[in-house]
Each structure stands twice: as C-alpha cells, then as structure tokens.
Design a binder for this molecule. Sequence first.
Ligand SMILES: N[C@@H](CCC(=O)N[C@@H](CS)C(=O)NCC(=O)O)C(=O)O
Ligand SMILES: [Fe+2]
Length: 323
Amino acid sequence: MPSPDPLIIQTPACPIRDRALDQSGLVVAAALDHTAARPKVRAFFDEATFTASYVVQDPATRRAAIIDSVLDYDAASGRTSHSSAEAIVSFVESERLSVDWLLETHVHADHLSAAPWLQARVGGTLAIGRAITTVQETFGKVFNVGTGFKRDGSQFDRLFDDGDSFAIGDLQAAVLHVPGHTPADLAYVIGDAVFAGDTLFMPDYGTARADFPGGDAAMLYRSIRRLLELPRQTRLFLCHDYKAPGRDTFAWETTIGAQRDSNVHMHDGVTEAEFVAMRSARDRTLGMPRLILPSIQVNMRGGHFPEPEGNGVRYLKIPIDAL
Ligand SMILES: N[C@@H](CCC(=O)N[C@@H](CS)C(=O)NCC(=O)O)C(=O)O
Ligand SMILES: [Fe+2]
C-alpha cells in the first residue's frame, strides 16, 4: 500500500487542500494551514524606489526572514549608503530576532539589493529562484561580462524551485515560481501571508510590467491566476506601490479576495487575451526604471558590485543602445 502524503496529513483543515492546484499546491497548502502560527510582518517602504521590504517573523521563536531589502544608491554620484538597511537591522535588534533567511523575489530592475550587507550584519541564507541562471545568461550578454561571471546562481546560498518548502522557526513557508515579469520571479507563501514580488500590485494600480528581457505577459497572467487560487483571506504583501491615480498615500498590503474582486487588470473574469492586450499596450508607454542598469548588474551578482579594478575602485557599465 502506498504511504500517505505527509503534507496532507499535516494539513487536515486546509481550505485549499482539495483544489486542483498542482503538485506545488500541496506544499502551499501546508504553509497556509491556518491552524499554524501567523507571521508578524513589518514593512519598510523606500520612497526613492517605491519598494516595500519586509521582516517576517515567527512570534513564538523570534526567527525571521528579510524579503527584498534595498541598498540606497545615488545614481548621479555612484555612491551607496545604508540607511534603509540600517533601519531593518535596528528593527531586528530591537525585536531580538534571529535572521534565518534573506529572500529575494526576483532580480530587481529598479533598486539594488542590500542582502550581502545585511548578511554580514545579521546572518541568514540568501535565496532566489533557480531561473536566476536564465536572467544571468541574458544580462551576462547585455553587459558583456565575460567568463569570470558565473551564470549558475552560485552567488546565492540557495536556489528555490516551484513547490519547495522551508521553515522560519515554527512557520511553514512554500515557494511558488511565478514568472512573467521576469523569468525567475518567486512568491513566498508564509503562514497566512503571501509575498507576491512583482506580479500583482494594489488593486487600484494593477499588475507588474512584462516587457523586460525574458518577460512575458501571458506567463504573468497564468502566474497571477495561480496566486488568485489561494484562499480569499490570505494576506498579500506587494513589492512596490506607485500610488494609483486619486490615491495619495502609499499602500502595500491587501488580500487575495480584494484582488479577485477589484484589481483593475486582473479581477475575476478578465481573460488571458484581454490581459495580454492591456499589458502589452501599457508596457509600450513605460520608460525603463531609473536604476535598471546599476540594479541588474549588482542584483544578478547576488547584490555584489563587480570586482575592483587595478586602482581599487569598482565600476558599473552602461551599454549604449543595447537595452
Ligand atoms: N518609475 C519607476 C518605475 C519602476 C518600474 O518599471 N517598476 C516595475 C517593477 S520593477 C513595474 O512593474 N512597474 C509597473 C508600472 O509602472 O506600471 C522607476 O523608475 O523606478
Ligand atoms: Fe521588478
């Protein structure tokens, strides 16, 4: 007789257990078990890049994960600073947290990651999606970085696949591969919360763009549909907010139910063809993010700058007419 699936046994009351999600849905169901611990979430919003970073903690064990941190970068001078990351360290210290994970939802194109700097200060395993290797291939060519740059994701400590699971103290976490904005986007399901990276934005703003190299609007639609299969009450934490027209405060938390009811791009009933037509038309109107060139060169290296040249200075490249 086949042995029963341990994930199902662990989640007898899970609201999505019987839904036809797919294999990774079982792992997600385990993470979403509403009888389990509920993570405490603290957001840090960087108005310079419109990015929300998060510290997610298990209140019982004080183990924590830091998601999508920001390294402050002044493009005019090429100077870096750490006030955004310092705020996270202060919080971690004041809450007496042990950081187990530094999670990236994707290779960000609009801000530099502070993960290595944070790792040196508070520790943690640096993780991203396995498809980082695709992003490294693509941008390794764009930036003509040569063979010294490894395209195997080895700059990170852990490469996640769809359906992987991990723990933050007593919290169960599951990984969903949600490509479309970029090939390597992940969403992290942690307790009753999902950190959706660049997929959905606030219901009144819509969704992420899909026009970067390797982006695909149809793929983004399918990834978002998967997220929308999560229970309606699931807390949804977003990676960015740009304030929708008519709203004058930033917002980064909503629910799956609110998205299904009213997301301007992806409410229930929007077809893939309608979404792709809308997304493609909108993407044609968008300029490149202000920090795309420095961000990708640093983030594809796990948050590290290129090696210093003979004079001890690190340099970034600007490819002309290549992007
Ligand atoms: N103005 C921002 C735009 C950044 C941007 O393009 N953000 C991406 C996520 S990395 C996006 O999906 N934007 C959707 C939109 O602007 O509609 C900047 O320059 O940084
Ligand atoms: Fe992004």
